[in-house]
Design a binder for this molecule. Structure first.
Ligand code: HEM
Length: 149
């Protein structure tokens, strides 16, 4: 099997983990958890996001390593516009994730740990908004990667 095919396979697998996970959290887990008591909901969301964010960290590393391994031999000058857009999408999505995981999530975890439920709910709400941003950017990036010339 050709190496670029293997790189693309891992690249797409990692994209699927990231985008699919965001979709599951937003459209399945979060609405279902809204029926729980706040004292149950906050720890559930924090424990779930803790595991999901570890997966996303690994997925992002895989996306960057495989993406650059496919892009650099071709070079930016020769790369099609869709690849440039994908790189831009990847940069912004990565920055948004770093902000979620290392700025907002620690506050949510601390608040849930000390049973400060209103503060936990506020942080979880901010995380939700930024995950919406990254899901929209992710869909646009996939569109750019597949549809742009
Ligand atoms: C972070 C930096 C990234 C780089 C450097 C990068 C680079 C690349 C390259 C060079 C290819 C082309 C492989 C080929 O056709 O031979 C590719 C494919 C692809 N990438 Fe990325 N990528 C990045 C991030 C992303 C992100 C964040 C997404 C989605 C959210 C994404 C989605 C895709 C998809 C769907 C393809 C398949 C396109 C197709 O073959 O039609 N990439 N990537």
């Amino acid at each position: 099997m050709a190496m670029p095919k293997l790189l693309l396979f891992v690249h797409l697998l990692a994209v699927i983990v990231w985008i699919g996970g965001m979709s599951f959290v937003l459209f399945c887990l979060r609405p279902a958890s809204a029926d729980l008591l706040p004292a149950q909901r906050a720890p559930l969301m924090v424990a779930t996001l803790e595991r999901f964010f570890l997966q996303v960290t690994i997925a992002i590393l895989a996306i960057w390593v495989t993406g650059l391994a496919m892009l650099l031999p071709v070079g930016m000058a020769a790369a099609p516009p869709g690849w440039h857009m994908m790189l831009a999408g990847g940069v912004v999505m990565t920055l948004v994730f770093v902000w979620i995981r290392w700025v907002i999530f620690p506050a949510a975890r601390r608040a849930a740990g000390t049973s400060d439920l209103p503060a936990a709910a506020a942080s979880l709400g901010r995380i939700r908004l930024l995950v919406v941003v990254n899901l929209v950017l992710g869909v646009l990036t996939i569109a750019a990667a597949t549809l742009a010339a």
